[in-house]
Design a protein around this ligand. Structure first.
Ligand code: SF4
Ligand code: SF4
Length: 292
């Protein structure tokens, strides 16, 4: 059993709808009823209350199956969590379509955003304007896009227009086999120097991974799993029985493809790359290096 000095939690409630309709999106194609949305809000409130009562340190990363910040309950949850002294970081994946007027309610020293750019859903000028507002307000964020080849000119344009201190990552399309040739990879690496990490399917079976010991994934019912990719439950957050199941254990999957997972693989040593920005995917010293 691991002693709980600090726990990183990836929270994904039942929410599975989005105000965007990206063709490459594997989820968020549902319309949710008022009752389903209320169920999601209830689960979120319970999770925030649990976090509020903890005494050990927490880092919390919301990884919704859809867009959460269009819902006031998520904006309120992030604001509340950001002000808790024992919360080191609270971050969320978002398409940045929400009202930015909510940001002053947050403690910006712990809040961070994992922003995704979807070229078919938002005009690049409008998206850039919102990014500049985040910069002006001192919000900590990264931006990313799916590396669809047809979108590369738009992604390159975004990189050229963004302030250099903002990190832009590119997620590799991995479902289509050998989608990229070496010229594609060189081109994307010019945008995202860390693309080589993401385009790799990391062999993980039997390798040490921090999930299941200092990192857990939690769903709306409070079921605790080690990560989003291993189904076996480790207990429940709200009964507390998960704590006795936290221990170092090797990965049971053959590969780990997603940043939210492989960043915890110990042999990759990505702590040295991302430092305390692993959740929101901001490389350590990125802004300082960009300013040189
Ligand atoms: S913004 Fe994200 S969740 Fe929404 S449709 Fe696009 S990829 Fe899916
Ligand atoms: S390496 Fe990936 S799939 Fe394996 S346990 Fe860690 S996060 Fe889960």
């Amino acid at each position: 059993m691991t002693s709980l000095a600090h726990l990183t939690i990836l929270y994904r409630g039942p929410l599975s709808s989005c105000n965007y309709g990206c063709t490459y999106c594997p989820f968020a194609k549902r319309h949710e009823s008022a009752a389903e949305l209320e169920g999601d809000r209830r689960a979120l409130r319970r999770f925030v209350a649990w976090c509020t009562q903890r005494e050990h340190g927490l880092s919390i990363f919301f990884t919704p199956w859809g867009e959460a910040l269009v819902h006031a309950a998520y904006r309120d949850a992030l604001a509340t969590l950001s002000h808790l002294g024992h919360v080191r970081r609270v971050a969320i994946q978002t398409n940045l379509s929400f009202s930015l007027d909510w940001l002053p309610a947050c403690n910006l020293s712990s809040l961070a955003l994992w922003v995704t750019y979807h070229p078919t859903e938002v005009r690049s000028e409008a998206f850039l304007a919102r990014c500049r507002t985040l910069v002006d307000r001192g919000v900590r964020f990264s931006i990313g896009a799916v590396g669809v080849k047809e979108h590369l000119p738009l992604i390159e344009n975004l990189r050229n227009q963004l302030p250099p201190e903002v990190y832009l990552w590119v997620n590799a399309v991995k479902e289509l086999g050998r989608y990229y040739d070496s010229a594609d990879i060189a081109r994307i690496t010019a945008v995202d120097p860390l693309f080589g990490i993401n385009v790799t399917n990391h062999r993980s079976r039997g390798r040490a991974c921090r999930t299941g010991s200092s990192v857990i994934a939690v769903d709306g019912d409070g079921t605790v799993r080690r990560c989003h990719f291993v189904d076996e439950p480790l207990g429940n957050l709200y009964t507390g029985d998960f704590e006795s199941h936290l221990s170092a254990r090797p990965c049971p999957k053959s590969v780990c493809r997603c940043h939210t997972g492989y960043v915890h693989l110990e042999h990759l040593d990505l702590d040295t790359v991302f430092g305390d920005g692993a959740l929101e995917r901001i490389p350590a010293n990125w802004a300082a290096n960009a300013a040189k």
